[in-house]
Design a binder for this molecule. Structure first.
Ligand code: MRU
Length: 366
């Protein structure tokens, strides 16, 4: 099954541009945004025209191409230098989703490796194209693999609660948390989904409800404060969420409100699973306490979609993400299998199985 929506793609050869679904316009309008420069890409990521950890990574990789594709290729050192500068610029777009830094680092290292191997500018640019396309293709394959592993958690007729949007719109493929649901559908299983609306930016209402509806999945929208009652009524069998960064000990950072959902799930004896590719793990940090949490503009809270809903001058705290401690996480579904009851040892084993280098942490940090 093809993903219900193609979130982003590279158009043309060289010079080309990125076309992405402008997620700020959904669900009212399903329109494409053409992104032709590095600044436009940084802006698209910053204002959530493209969002969701894996999609941000793929977009950033293509963003590096936007910066190098029209350079004078006779100067190889300049091509590498510009790639490094572009990566530094795009890295400032948002701080929490580690896929952004992972993808930019991979692009930078590819340019540096080619240069060290005496490649000319043209070859370096061509290699960066290969790398960005590979990042996109791998993301697609990882989504499918997470779907295949995660579908084992779903029984015919079961009901899933999800938070934010971790579907096709958030990735280069069929999604993370929603991938098992799409695979279940392919296999003829009936799965019902409750989507938290996800204050303040309503990714659940605007995006998850939209994409599940488009794909024919039975979806019911609730406001965030209804999740407790819903669980208490016995109508939720399983929670599936995505993630923006997972620490080495299995602490899961995801959209603000996820932690609350995990606490509720524990209270009601409901399994709580995160679904994320290994690119979302940050092996350099021991625990979730080290994850930088993005704080966004107060207007997202005081002016929910246009109209003022709070008094002028009121103080606002608007963190975009929270951290669910590993002890509340039943398991993490990855492309290399499910890490049940995550611990540092189990996360390290999964990363190693997936070919991810696991650095030695400073003493006392694990
Ligand atoms: O602020 P956003 O919309 O980028 O936040 C996205 C999320 O929190 C998603 O749940 C997460 O990136 C996982 S996406 C597969």
């Amino acid at each position: 099954m093809k993903p219900v929506v193609e979130t982003l793609r590279w158009v043309g050869d060289r010079p080309g541009y990125v076309e992405l679904v402008d997620q700020t316009r959904l669900p009212e309008e399903h329109v494409q945004l053409a992104v032709r420069t590095v600044d436009e890409m940084r802006d698209a990521i910053r204002r959530l025209a493209v969002r969701g950890a894996p999609a941000i990574g793929v977009a950033a990789a293509y963003g590096v191409l936007l910066g190098v594709q029209e350079l004078d290729e006779s100067d190889a050192a300049n091509v590498v230098g510009v790639a490094q500068e572009v990566a530094a610029t795009l890295a400032k777009a948002r701080p929490t989703a580690v896929n952004l830094f992972w993808a930019l680092d991979r692009m930078k290292r590819r340019a540096e490796r080619e240069f060290a191997g005496k490649a000319g500018g043209a070859r370096i640019v061509a290699a960066l194209f290969e790398e960005a396309r590979a990042i996109h293709a791998e993301d697609r394959a990882q989504c499918r693999a997470m779907g295949e592993h995660g579908v084992r958690l779903l029984k015919d007729g079961c009901t899933v609660l999800t938070h934010c949007n971790a579907g096709a719109l958030a990735t280069g493929g069929m999604g993370t948390a929603l991938a098992p649901i799409y695979v279940a559908r392919e296999r003829g299983l009936s799965v019902k989904v409750y989507a938290d609306e996800t204050r303040p930016l309503l990714q659940g209402a605007r995006l998850t409800a939209w994409e599940l509806q488009q794909s024919g999945v039975d979806v019911t929208l609730i406001t965030d404060n209804m999740a407790a009652s819903l669980m208490a009524s016995g109508r939720v069998d399983l929670v599936l969420v995505g993630s923006d960064r997972i620490a080495r000990n299995g602490d899961v950072c995801n959209k603000i409100g996820t932690y609350g959902v995990a606490v509720l799930a524990r209270e009601h004896g409901i399994p709580f699973y995160a679904v994320a590719p290994l690119t979302t793990f940050d092996p350099k940090i021991a625990s979730g306490a080290e994850i930088p949490i993005e704080e966004r503009a107060p207007e997202e809270v005081t002016h929910g979609f246009g109209r003022r809903t709070a008094p002028i001058g009121v103080k606002v705290w608007n963190p975009a993400f929270d951290v669910t401690p590993a002890r509340l996480v039943t398991g993490i579904v990855t492309e290399v299998g499910i890490i049940e009851s995550p611990t540092t040892e189990k996360v390290e084993a999964a990363l190693t199985r997936g070919g991810v280098a696991v650095p030695t942490l400073r003493r006392g940090s694990t």
